[in-house]
Design a protein. Sequence first.
Length: 463
Amino acid sequence: MRDYMDKNKKHECIYKKILDNSYDEIFVVDGEDRVVYVNDACEKHYGLKPEDMIGKNVKELVELGYWYPRVDVQPYVYKTKKSFTVEQTTILNKKLVTTIVPVLDERGEVELVVQNVREKTGLEDYKDELEKIRFLLEDKSEKEESEGFFDQKDFGFLTYNNKMKRIMKITSKAASVGSTILILGESGTGKGLIAKTIHNCSERKKEPFIAINCGAIPENLLESELFGYETGAFTGADKTGRVGLIELAKNGTLFLDEIGEITPRIQVKLLHVLQNREYYSIGGRKVKTTNAAIIAATNRNLEEMVSSGEFRQDLYYRLNIMEVTIPPLRKRIEEIAPLTYYFLEKLNKKYNSKNEISKELLDLFRKYSWPGNVRELENLVERMIITTEKDLLEIDNLPEVFIERMNRVNKGNLTSLDDLKDRYEAKLIKEYYEECGTTRKLAEKLDISQTRAARLVKKYLNS
Ligand SMILES: Nc1ncnc2c1ncn2[C@@H]1O[C@H](COP(=O)(O)OP(=O)(O)OP(=O)(O)O)[C@@H](O)[C@H]1O
Ligand SMILES: [Mg+2]
């Protein structure tokens, strides 16, 4: 009997290994539409780990926008008990071909639905079959539901985190009605890209989007860029005068990046624009009006700058009518994998390469705290694609400077509960294993299964 059990266990292990290592995604759903199994391949399709998907309801995943369109498998498969194939697009913009196969129990009823999911290479032609099941696709309603998401992605902006999605929703509404928006957040969190996306998702999208980096140019130049000047306004000015960016923005959006850097004089002028929607160009006598929506961004702490007198309080209040803070990447860990895959795809195209990323490296990315945020991630992926000769990016291919930085940055914050638990567990297992000598005795001593004891020994002693 024992022998039989061992054999069974061994087989189970082998089956699991085969499934986990299958290049195609295997996705199994039960009668209640719950995911009962999915292999590691899901990560490259949705950016989610199997443990993030197993136990979830399919509807919930579809609503979060992980793939589109939703295929109402239940009524069809349960009635016909036949398999069929559909095409789907995922949150990472992967085009998938999914074959859905019902598994029947001994009474001939559907017990499970197994889906074999393969990335479309262009070689497969499932057209005929697709025609047949077209009626199953709830095309319109689904598209409408996830429209916000797909719109944003068309502009190269990926949102995956609920907080970010909420930010995008409220800000594009605010932008449509012309409300001023202030975007705060650490460097590299995507403030610039978000400003552009807000504009593109708003009703102003057909109007101009004019951006200026207030920190990059001296006061006088910034003033003439923003407000424009009349003929002969100052020595060295163009004879014909110059149209300012506020005017160029028309009914669109004016994006003032690094607003924390503007000098007191420009602060006053800008306050006037925000309050009265009016301004004078340099040397001009005729008042000009503007209807542009203003989006401002900074990585500085404006509130502190107000307290220290560096930034006008009244201007700050005008700007922060709608203030959003973009969380740093380390606070949106679930976006790390999708962003990595997104950059891989984008940069593979640029460099005509076909790099993939190892699971271990991706896990490491999730643990790193990314002080340079999304920009740092994007730059690292680009650098690795350029410098790695083989197609798989692995931990070994990380540039030396990155490893050094990672050690430095991560050293400071090894205090999470999980880290502490791991360290304590490692200490305990090492001590007890030395004392017991075998995993069987260790299992007895700690009142755990021998498999678990063996796993722990392998984890902490052999690595
Ligand atoms: N959600 C995202 N999806 C896709 N790309 C992103 C996302 N967020 C940031 N990026 C990319 O990361 C890089 C940095 O973004 P961006 O320049 O907008 O950051 P920032 O917050 O304005 O930084 P800084 O404060 O230094 O100006 C850009 O190349 C941008 O395209
Ligand atoms: Mg920026």
